[in-house]
Write a protein that binds this ligand. Structure first.
Ligand SMILES: Nc1nc2c(ncn2[C@@H]2O[C@H](COP(=O)(O)OP(=O)(O)OP(=O)(O)O)[C@@H](O)[C@H]2O)c(=O)[nH]1
Ligand SMILES: [Mg+2]
Length: 216
């Protein structure tokens, strides 16, 4: 599959986020903004969710990376429509770029778009991109202090996936501390211990995604 590469437009405008959200709502498309550190498992979790949702829903993916199209190739190999956004150094995706990319999808034929944001816990949280909901991923090897150290990411997310739960026996990671910090930052956050590798906990996360779709 030929993979289109789009380069980020550096123009910030919150109005564009609102316009995108309205446009997607009109089209009946739910967009999930997936955020987390490099290597937290964003692509792995998106892939695992696609496997569980694709029989029921038509899914597209926007892959954000500073450079390259490795993750887009992974998604394309699944036969899922994907556009790679290269930000050329910027540490987040902006609404303008999403607006520029959306015409590449047949929105009338889609139910759900996953956006894999740039890997870090800082800048992506500052920019609305027209998403229906945010899914932050924190993986066990990153440490249980990250919610406290990067509050904006966790206070603005709708759901928090604690990924690589299969690694819990090997790390000093206290899930109780993380849940407590996450609920202090955001009392409404939904928290899902999951493993993209073993499939543990994914049914509940799938249900969360479906619940976002039913809100549209
Ligand atoms: N043990 C274990 N490994 C995982 C899990 N999820 C992902 N990994 C591994 O973690 C590594 C990074 O996963 P990716 O899905 O590429 O992470 P990412 O967040 O998309 O990374 P970037 O796009 O580079 O920011 C890969 O080697 C995955 O196989 C998991 O639940 N358990
Ligand atoms: Mg990735």
């Amino acid at each position: 599959m030929e993979i289109k590469v789009i380069h980020q437009i550096l123009e910030w405008n919150e109005d564009h986020s609102n316009e995108i959200k309205k446009h997607l709502t009109d089209k009946g498309v739910t967009m999930i903004n997936v955020m987390g550190s490099p290597g937290a498992g964003k692509t792995s979790l998106i892939t695992a969710l696609i496997a569980r949702l694709r029989a029921e829903y038509k899914i597209g993916v926007i892959e954000g990376d500073i450079a390259g199209k490795i993750d887009a190739e992974t998604i394309a190999s699944l036969g899922i429509p994907v556009v790679q956004l290269n930000t050329d150094g910027a540490c987040h995706i902006e609404a303008m770029s999403i607006e520029h990319i959306l015409p590449d999808f047949d929105l009338d034929a889609l139910d759900l778009i996953f956006v894999e944001n740039i890997g870090n816990l800082v800048c992506p949280a500052e920019f609305n991109i027209g998403e229906s909901a945010r899914l932050a991923i924190l993986s066990i090897p990153e440490g249980d202090d990250k919610v406290a150290k990067y509050p904006l990411m966790f206070s603005t997310t709708d759901a928090l996936a604690l990924n690589k739960y299969d690694m819990l026996p090997y790390f000093d990671f206290d899930p109780v501390r993380v849940e407590s910090d996450a609920r202090d930052a955001n009392p409404n956050v939904a928290i899902y211990p999951v493993s993209a590798r073993t499939g543990e906990g994914l049914d509940a996360l799938v249900d969360w995604v479906k619940a976002q779709m039913n809100q549209d």
